[in-house]
Design a protein around this ligand. Structure first.
Ligand code: ACO
Length: 423
């Protein structure tokens, strides 16, 4: 692939250029510091590749997203979430036999240890379900300690995929003061979750196939997105040798923020405020452009996509069908479309290549499904589990796996003398 040359203080250093399978190129600077004494400085890692990965390919300029080579648009048409999870984690689609076993495994591990239920009692009713999610996922490691050799890792993968939805539904039930509904294992992964969320012991509950299909799509579209903030966090924790439960709990915490997965919650709040103020999209956009304190067009912009986010396109297209099938008319959907249209015509957004991201339409669909706003980011967690797991597993098997430990440029005081004590 040739070399890249760095000239510095009269010396020349050569570094190999590496190429990925889709011809994206990078300079391998692993020997930079030992050769030259220099490090790189790249706050926010906008230019730094942290690893080689064979899981997901994104071309942000062209709006391309592929899981293990399969275009997201094709996957979204017919796949089941559990099959996509297998593909992401193990690299290939399962055979019919492997898939039957996988689904069986995923349904046999849905129950939580009864002692875990007591944890939920300790939270105040106002506790954010993301806080419960993060704590419970780390807590799973106390019930399933021990080495994560290959076989055990596979069992822990299944445990995480199966139990997280039970944790999520229990967190919701806790917040509304309803009794926990136990999993029912003849149901699909999404249907089982919906039942645990919405059923009550005093009534029969039939999972609406429209909701099941909508959730299946949402989960698939969130399943992986290469080295985003939460995935990089989960990989970083894995690099220290910590267990999978700990790594995913850290992923949950990283996803929580409004610049990342927390944006879906913020989008709904933003739309609600615009509506409450008379529904004037133009004046809201003007505020965004003026960069008024705390005003951003939530659900817009992306570090990687400088073209449409293909997931947002798919969700926008799906939204009308889902609303029609559910017989719901939500004025916020119309408002979101108007807001998108207004922004996309505006030079501020055009020049900065800001387009709707996956969070722009997902919240409106969750709302139509009856999922409360504070559960939106938890829904993102459930979708993203396979991606986090796939990345943590990939890193463990990677011969280049070292502890992640960036360097810094120190800007604090130079050495000074400590004398006495102030107190
Ligand atoms: N509204 C208004 N202006 C924006 C927005 C936005 N949503 N996003 C970016 N910009 C502006 C920035 O102010 C900046 O303008 P400037 O050049 O005048 O300073 C320019 O566009 C570039 O933006 P950066 O902040 O440098 O982009 P970065 O890649 O660091 O951030 C991010 C990406 C965090 C997603 C940002 O676009 C954002 O905050 N968006 C809103 C939150 C959101 O929707 N997050 C979900 C992302 S998708 C996901 O994680 C699942």
């Amino acid at each position: 692939m040739g070399n890249a040359r760095l000239e510095y203080e009269g010396k020349s250093y050569e570094f190999p250029v590496v190429e990925g399978s889709e011809h994206e190129k990078g300079v391998d600077i692993a020997a930079l510091r030992s050769k030259s004494g220099l490090i790189t400085l790249d706050p926010g890692y906008g230019n730094s590749g942290s690893c080689r990965s064979a899981i997901t390919f994104i071309d942000g300029d062209k709006g391309i997203l592929r899981y293990r080579g399969y275009p997201i648009e094709e996957i979204a048409q017919t796949a089941r979430f559990t099959e996509v999870a297998y593909l992401l984690i193990y690299g290939e689609r399962p055979t019919a036999q492997q898939y039957a076993k996988w689904k069986d495994d995923l349904t046999r591990h849905t129950l939580l240890h009864e002692d875990m239920k007591k944890f939920f009692e300790g939270y105040p009713p106002s506790a954010h379900p993301m806080a419960i999610m993060a704590a419970m996922m780390a807590s799973l490691s106390s019930f399933y300690p021990g080495n994560e050799d290959d076989k055990n890792l596979d069992v822990n993968i299944v445990r995480l995929l199966a139990k997280s939805k039970t944790i999520a539904a229990f967190a919701y039930k806790k917040s509304i003061g309803q009794p926990f509904v136990y999993p029912q294992n003849n149901l699909s992964w999404p249907a089982n979750f919906l039942r645990m969320m919405f059923a009550v012991p005093s009534e029969t509950y039939q999972v609406d196939p429209v909701l099941e299909e909508a959730l299946n799509l949402l989960l698939i579209l969130h399943a992986d997105h290469e080295q985003n903030c939460s995935t990089s966090t989960a990989r970083m924790v894995t690099s220290s040798g910590a267990n999978l439960f700990a790594a995913l709990s850290a992923g949950v915490c990283a996803l929580w923020g409004p610049r990342h997965g927390g944006a879906n919650e913020e989008v709904l709040q933003m739309l609600g405020e615009i509506r409450a103020n008379g529904g004037n999209c133009k004046s809201f956009i003007d505020k965004v452009k003026k960069k008024e304190e705390g005003v951003k067009l939530m659900g817009f912009g992306h570090r990687v996509y400088k073209n449409f986010d293909p997931r947002a396109k798919l969700l926008k297209a799906a939204a009308d069908g889902i609303f029609a099938k559910l017989g719901i008319h939500d004025p916020l959907l119309g408002l979101a479309k108007e807001l998108e249209e207004t922004a996309l015509k505006d030079s501020y957004f055009v020049e900065r290549k800001l387009y709707p991201n996956v969070d722009f339409y997902s919240g409106i669909i969750y709302r139509a499904m009856g999922i409360p706003t504070n559960m939106f980011t938890v829904m993102f967690v459930l979708g993203r589990l396979p991606g986090w797991i796939a990345h943590c597993r990939e890193l463990r098997l990677d011969p280049e796996n070292r502890i992640s430990r960036p360097r810094q440029i120190y800007t604090g005081p130079k050495v000074r003398k400590w004398e006495g004590s102030v107190g």
